[in-house]
Design a protein around this ligand. Structure first.
Ligand SMILES: NC(=O)c1ccc[n+]([C@@H]2O[C@H](COP(=O)([O-])OP(=O)(O)OC[C@H]3O[C@@H](n4cnc5c(N)ncnc54)[C@H](O)[C@@H]3O)[C@@H](O)[C@H]2O)c1
Ligand SMILES: Nc1ncnc2c1ncn2[C@@H]1O[C@H](COP(=O)(O)O)[C@@H](O)[C@H]1O
Ligand SMILES: O=P(O)(O)OP(=O)(O)O
Length: 285
């Protein structure tokens, strides 16, 4: 069992931890939500991708609590750029929860996709490779196709694993990991994801693992976004979601105006990912 008191580093600029009562209510609220989504779809259960990261691990735990082990199907989908440790962690989560799971190597699917574009090559070890993100997004979208293959074939819904910090910054692939039927932990900031996971008894090493989309070797969320999650959560909670002005946020959190502006920029530039694709207004000719 994790020690919840260490979920928030002492240096965290804002303590967003929930009380014990709030944790219990949140747990109940999310499991009821998952059950309701499955019932309304008249589905047999749910499918989700397991990456060995804390978001998918927490979502899997909540899904099992909501639906039971028999109604949750996990997919572990390694590629060349996934660390073997993460994939074995993903399998460990499935085994510990005693759910059905498959391991599907997406390497051949990705290679077939890239081979279909003669002339386009990508070396994802190179930070300046213009195709690095595009190629990484292909891997993420291949996983979404496989999730929906299982959902269609087995009458299941696809559970998303995105949290509030990712949603507000657009830190997900449009129609990739964003292509899901619901977002059970979509209202939790990353700090709260870790706290709820610890509360549910998720192993410490998973709770504290460095978040990574694993779209290329060595990628980490915090390096790519240019801000740590504790700072990001604080700026989102006080300024983007909350009422504090830029200057009050800077004073309150001891962050720079540039850091706040960076987060606001991520939020504004990703608005299109949080909306339905627009069409022109009807003309009523
Ligand atoms: N949860 C995770 O950890 C996770 C998972 C996957 C991806 N990611 C991150 O998410 C990012 C995904 O890359 P991305 O955002 O460049 O690709 P994306 O495909 O998700 O979004 C870019 C695409 O959105 C469309 N678009 C852009 N601006 C638009 C606008 N104003 N209106 C309508 N459509 C618009 C265009 O088609 C553009 O190619 C990367 O930074 C990746 O590392 C994070
Ligand atoms: N390798 C993976 N296998 C299965 N599912 C995966 C894998 N990588 C990512 N996923 C799923 O996508 C979301 C978002 O991924 P990030 O690692 O946060 O980018 C993850 O929670 C899994 O559901
Ligand atoms: O989405 P996950 O499970 O891969 O978690 P993280 O984003 O923390 O790597």
């Amino acid at each position: 069992m994790s020690d919840e008191s260490v979920i928030v580093a002492e240096s965290a600029p804002l303590d967003l931890r929930l009380s014990e009562d709030e944790l219990a209510a949140t747990r109940e609220h999310i499991t009821a939500f998952i059950e309701d989504v499955v019932d309304r779809a008249s589905a047999e259960g749910a499918v989700l991708g397991l990456s060995g990261g804390i978001d998918s691990t927490l979502t899997a735990h909540l899904a099992v609590e909501a639906l039971g082990t028999d109604r949750v199907h996990g997919l572990v989908m390694p590629s060349d750029v996934n660390a073997a440790d993460n994939m074995s962690d993903a399998e460990r989560v499935a085994r510990d929860l005693d759910i059905e799971y498959d391991v599907i190597d997406i390497g051949p699917i990705f290679d077939a996709f890239v081979d279909a574009f003669p002339g386009e090559t990508t070396d994802e070890r190179v930070e300046t490779d213009p195709l690095r993100t595009a190629a990484g997004n292909v891997r993420v979208r291949i996983r979404a196709v496989l999730d929906y293959f299982v959902a269609n074939a087995e009458n299941r819904v696809v559970l998303g694993t995105g949290n509030r910090s990712e949603a507000l910054t657009g830190y997900f692939t449009k129609y990739g990991d964003g292509a899901v039927d619901c977002h059970p932990i979509g209202n939790l900031y990353k700090q709260q994801v870790r706290q709820l996971a610890a509360h549910l008894g998720v192993d410490d090493d998973l709770v504290h693992k460095t978040p990574s989309a694993e779209m290329w070797l060595g990628q980490t969320d915090e390096a790519e976004m240019g801000v740590g999650y504790d700072t990001l959560d604080a700026i989102l909670a006080l300024h983007v979601d909350g009422p504090l002005s830029l200057s009050a946020t800077v004073r309150h959190l001891d962050v720079t105006a540039e850091q706040v502006e960076r987060v606001v920029d991520l939020y504004e530039r990703s608005a299109h990912k949080r909306e339905m694709p627009p069409a022109p207004d009807p003309l009523y000719l």
